[in-house]
Design a protein around this ligand. Sequence first.
Ligand code: AMP
Length: 288
Amino acid sequence: MGIDSIIEIIESSQEMQARSEVIRLSGKKIGLFPTLGFLHEGHLELIRQVRKRSDFVVMSLFVNPIQFGPNEDFEKYPRDTEGDLTKAKGKGVDMVFMPPVSEMYPAGFQSVVRVDNITKHLCGRSRPGHFEGVTTVVAKLFNIIKPHMAVFGQKDFQQLAVIRRMVKDLNMDIEIIGVPTIREPDGLAMSSRNKYLNQEERKSALSLKKAMDMASKLAGEGERETKNIITSISELILSYPFTNIDYINICDPDTLEDINLLKEQSLLALAVRVGNTRLIDNCLINIG
Ligand code: AMP
């Protein structure tokens, strides 16, 4: 069975724009789910949420080279196009936009969308250029697919914040839907990159969730100094084999700037390497 018999696939931006125009004129609300693919249950929940709110769901399936750094995993990023299309169809995706790289970045391409302050923290520090790659591709997808709404996961908290900022700052008429993180039964946040983990590393990957639980517990017991919390949870993470901390920050959930004392609501954001795999996770800590 050819993959295009599973679900309708569009590869050309022009054709996608024309199709979206017709769908909009028919009065239907278009919902977009952008993904790099290798779909798991977390992604399927995003599809469910956007399906509920819209009349026509478009999934963009595109491993975006410009959001990967030179030493990152663009080439070996896990791909399973046929599996993704089957899952998407099963969850009610109506159309897939799957452009080749040359369609998104033809010769001569030289424009970017850059969000300033909030991209300087957390992953922006350890992955220079990453968010510029994300905002540029998402802005392009918005112009090509013309969605009324688009769905993103809180698993990538900073990405969601950056996209909300871009939409607001550039007056894009698109509703952004944020969906809470979907986890494995033991608490590990679902991620396409979990596929890289071997059995032993998979055990150590749980340290991120354990650290977040410990932070909430410490806050519940009255600890307010973020540096004390960070010290305790760093020790916990490093007590697991194969772990290497990229960053652990406690920050303001709106500005993503570090804070010294917990606020009523604070964001704990973690990036930890387990073996060669970089995992991120986050949680909100509420006090009072
Ligand atoms: P990706 O293709 O992995 O970049 O992810 C596509 C979208 O799915 C992004 O908006 C992610 O934040 C979201 N996502 C990925 N993993 C999860 C998860 N475990 N729970 C909720 N959303 C997720």
